[in-house]
Design a protein around this ligand. Sequence first.
Ligand SMILES: [Zn+2]
Ligand SMILES: [Zn+2]
Length: 381
Amino acid sequence: MATKRDYYEILMVERSATLDDIKKSYRKLAAKFHPDRNPGDAEAIEKFKEASEAFDVLSTPEKKSRYDRFGHQGLEGMGGGAGGGFHDVQDIFEAFGDVFGDLFGGGGGKRRGAGGPRARRGEHLRSQITIDLVEAALGCKRELEIQRHVPCATCKATGAKPGTTPEKCDYCGGHGQVVQSQGFFRVQTVCPACQGAGKVIREKCSDCRGTRFTNTRVKLEVKVPGGVDNEMQIRIGGEGDPGENGGPSGDLYVDIRVKTHPLFQREGRHLVCEVPLTFAQAALGTELEIPLITGQHKLTIPKGTQPGEAFRLKGQGMPDPHGGPRGDLVARVQVEVPKKLTKKHEELLRQLAELDHKHVSAHRKSFFESVKGFFTGEEEE
Ligand SMILES: [Zn+2]
Ligand SMILES: [Zn+2]
């Protein structure tokens, strides 16, 4: 008997891993090496079976405890895991279909049957919408146009030219699956001749070129819940491509993009709004209208407000799309230094500086005058 790899090593988990960790890791490996994703790749199928065997042992308390104490030998005679493992991929689907969940669509466990084409879930589709911050805050509805497969009307989704019918596949005898021997295991894989359909088409339908589906543009209304943020995704169940052979339709995933807003920056649930104040307003206090997502709010700025100081308006931020508490609006004070001064302004500021006993630069007027004189002097030369 060939030396077997350590089950923990196969599943890439620590010996102390929890059942959840083990499951997670197995799902990852199973997804990577799944026969559907690696058609005709014998090595991937081996890896798939190896991971499934390891998972079988490490997820069954009795087998795990024996394996932990006695290694591979401890499992002999227990059936499964003891070198026997799974005879074919279908056994694995039947044993662990519920672990895969909807990873492969429609639960792998129910695939076996007396041959014939397998049910297949339709492809998931993806789309994107861009909304502004107010729409993101209040929630909105958007019409979306997507390209989706529909069963071809010309051939009634058979793929065969009208007047002809698909014929039974000679290669697999109509089972859609072929069995290959690979060393120890018998492996059932999708028939390469008919890709699992069990039937072959001699003369293709010209409308769908034998694919059984045509593309159509579909308009859908998407309801965007209030509080969505960039990178969020809305899943619309069953609005993807239709399934085949009784399989369910795929889903539609809509990526959300929220445009930046000129006044509000988003920090998770909270909104931050910069409030520009003059030095006089900050020093003397004032009352001003600040914008909200809807409407305005009268904000009182007390005397002696400092740059960077923030006023928090509870519940005026973004709603939580998952039903949590609403965020706040943070009004952050920015004290602005004027770039241009009137004569009067300058006069008063100079008086203020004198009062503070602070040194300020020489009077602007004389500076500008001297510059002016300098240039006019140059030009005259
Ligand atoms: Zn057709
Ligand atoms: Zn076939």
